[in-house]
Design a protein around this ligand. Structure first.
Ligand SMILES: [Zn+2]
Length: 336
């Protein structure tokens, strides 16, 4: 919570995100006293984050003033560093994507070159009232220090510090699967409490939302789902073992056997759902977007529990948009 201006401000803004709201409703839903709500609202209106927007009649008594979020009052940038590609999006305070830019990256980018490309893509999207930049990265990394350890053979690249210096903006770095589940959590609010986001791209990973909180694990690298063993005598995997979900999936996909590729993902996701007892599965990533119906069918067919299985509507932007929403959530978090 490096940017957060106050817990109460975050709680009130989080509640105002879902629609117009009165001061009384804010007090009721936040558990804050009416006096505290008045103070916070006064501050947020003065800063332009909330605006009074008409009144609502409540039967007896005078009509209540409605408050709403000013989506264009603050902005955040989000980036996705993927093998071979860098994507940057601009979002407003409501989390809507307003602009995007994409550029190819070398397979093993030099950290300085990567940061240089980031600065170049960000430049035309710079605006007043920009809160910061989030970066979603394939990992492994340490979210707490913003250090990446997957840039080729180089050990411990302080990606956050390099980017902050080059951009002159606050930066947060997180695993791509984590930013992707942040995007879904941000968009769907309280409806989503126990969910997995399955990202099928260059590898296969999951973002975890458990009990309404993003789960990062002890080393902030939770979600290496693609290296779960799917087949004991299966094909060798890049991780040095064999028969991993990702290796079995990729072999089937390369052979053009989409049914086999989606089936291995479906079976593994069904195991994960049983393990964690989540009720939402969100599918994302290049492979899924290339054949959405096949992946939906492959996963749904293996669910034995009532689980909502869908595809992220943020499509190719989900990781980058989630990285921007991570910045927004550090600023005006989600009430727990
Ligand atoms: Zn593996």
């Amino acid at each position: 919570m490096r940017f957060l201006r106050g817990y109460n401000d975050a709680v009130v803004l989080g509640l105002a995100r879902s629609g117009t709201v009165t001061r009384g409703e804010l007090a009721e839903r936040s558990g804050l006293t009416p006096q505290a709500v008045s103070k916070v609202v006064g501050r947020l209106v003065a800063d332009g984050l909330l605006v009074e927007s008409g009144t609502r009649n409540v039967g007896v008594g005078k009509p209540r003033t409605l408050l709403k979020l000013v989506a264009g009052s603050r902005f955040a940038l989000g980036a996705q560093v993927e093998r071979g590609e860098l994507r940057v999006v601009l979002t407003d305070l409501a989390g809507d994507v307003l602009d995007r830019a994409v550029t190819p990256l070398p397979a093993d980018p030099d950290p300085a070159a990567l940061v240089g490309e980031l600065v170049r893509l960000v430049a035309p999207m710079r605006t007043d009232r920009l809160l910061g930049v989030g970066v979603g990265f394939v990992g492994p990394l340490d979210h707490r220090t913003g250090t990446a350890t997957a840039l080729g053979e180089r050990p411990d690249v302080p990606l956050r510090d390099l980017a902050e210096r080059a951009l002159g903006l606050p930066v947060v770095v997180d695993k791509d699967t984590t930013t992707a589940i942040v995007a879904e959590s941000w968009r769907r609010g309280e409806e989503l409490r126990d969910a997995v986001l399955v990202l099928v791209g260059a590898g296969i990973g999951v973002g975890l939302l458990l009990g309404g909180r993003v789960h990062r694990g002890a080393r902030t690298n939770a979600g290496e789902f693609g290296h779960t063993t799917a087949q004991l005598d299966g094909p060798p995997c890049a991780c040095g073992r064999s028969g991993c979900v990702a290796a079995v999936h990729d072999r089937a996909a390369r052979a053009g056997d989409l049914a086999a590729a989606t089936s291995v993902v479906g079976r593994a996701v069904a195991d994960l759902v049983r393990l964690l007892d989540v009720d939402h599965v969100v599918l994302a990533g290049r492979a899924v977007l290339a054949a959405p119906e096949a992946y939906l069918a492959g996963v749904r067919a293996r669910m034995r529990l009532p689980v909502d299985v869908g595809i992220t509507p943020l499509a190719d932007d989900v990781v980058a948009a989630g990285a921007a929403m991570l910045v927004l959530s550090e600023f005006y978090g989600r009430p727990r």
